[in-house]
Design a protein around this ligand. Structure first.
Ligand code: AMP
Length: 216
C-alpha cells in the first residue's frame, strides 16, 4: 500500500503516520525528517535547505524530488510506504507520479487531514520531542506524565524544532494554502482523496484512517 498524508503543518501527519505504519506494516518517508537530518549532518542538501526551512518556505522541487526518489529506491520493491509532508506542490505530485510509474507502483490513497487554521499555531508552537526515542509531546495537549521525563524511555532530554515558532508557522501556513492546498483538487480529480477529521481526538483520527485503509 502506498499512501500520501495531506494536511497543513500541525495537522498530526507525523503522529498518525507512526500509528498507521505499525498497523499496516508500512514505512514512513518524511521529507521534513530527511531535510532535518541533512541539516544536522551538514550535507550539501542540508546547507541549501536550512535557511529556507527557517523561513518557513518551501525547499526547491528539484531537491525534494531527488531525495524522495532516492528514498523510494532504497526500499524493497514491494514495501508499502507513507509519504508524510510530500508532495507539497503540483510539480512534486507530478514527479512522484512518474517515480511510482517508473517502478511499477501505484498510489492507493491520499488522506486529507482536515484541521482549522485557528488551532494550528497553538498545536505547533507547543510541541516537543524526546531527544532519545523521538516520542512526541505537547505543552498543553499531551504532557509527559512526570514533568521533564519521557513516558516511553525515561530520558530527560527533549528537543523543539527551530521552525516551530509563531513567525515561521505563519509562513508555513501561507505556503500550505498557496502551494499545497491545490493538491486536494489534483488528487480529487484522480478519485484518490479521502478526508478525516483532524480536529478529533488522536485515537479517533487513527480509527478514521484505519477505516479508510481497510474499506477497499
Ligand atoms: P515538515 O516537517 O513536513 O513540517 O517540513 C519542515 C520544513 O521542511 C518545511 O517547512 C519546508 O521548509 C521543508 N519541506 C519539507 N517537505 C517539503 C516538501 N515536500 N517541499 C518543500 N519543502 C519541504
Amino acid at each position: 500500500m502506498i499512501l500520501i498524508l495531506l494536511g497543513p503543518p500541525g495537522a498530526g501527519k507525523g503522529t498518525q503516520a507512526k500509528r498507521i505504519e505499525e498497523r499496516f506494516g508500512l514505512l514512513t518517508l518524511s521529507t521534513g525528517d530527511m531535510l532535518r537530518t541533512a541539516v544536522r549532518e551538514g550535507t550539501d542538501v542540508g546547507k541549501r535547505a536550512k535557511a529556507v526551512m527557517d523561513a518557513g518556505k518551501l525547499v526547491s522541487d528539484e531537491i525534494i524530488v531527488a531525495i524522495v526518489d532516492e528514498a523510494i529506491g532504497r526500499l524493497e520493491p514491494t514495501q508499502g510506504f507513507i509519504l508524510d509532508g510530500v508532495p507539497r506542490t503540483t510539480a512534486q505530485a507530478d514527479a512522484i507520479g512518474a517515480i511510482l510509474e517508473k517502478r511499477g507502483r501505484t498510489l492507493d490513497h491520499v488522506i486529507e487531514m482536515k484541521v482549522d487554521d485557528t488551532v494550528l499555531t497553538e498545536r505547533i508552537t507547543g510541541r516537543f520531542t524526546c531527544a532519545k526515542c523521538g516520542a512526541g509531546y505537547h505543552d498543553t495537549f499531551k504532557k509527559t506524565k512526570v514533568a521533564g521525563v519521557c513516558d516511553k524511555c525515561g530520558s530527560r532530554e527533549f528537543t523543539r524544532r527551530s521552525d516551530d515558532n509563531a513567525d515561521t508557522v505563519k509562513a508555513r501556513l501561507k505556503a500550505y494554502h498557496a502551494e499545497t492546498a491545490p493538491l486536494l483538487d489534483y488528487y480529487r480529480q484522480r478519485g484518490l482523496i479521502r478526508a478525516v477529521d483532524g480536529m478529533a481526538e488522536i485515537d479517533q483520527v487513527t480509527r478514521q484512517m484505519e477505516q479508510v485503509l481497510t474499506r477497499n
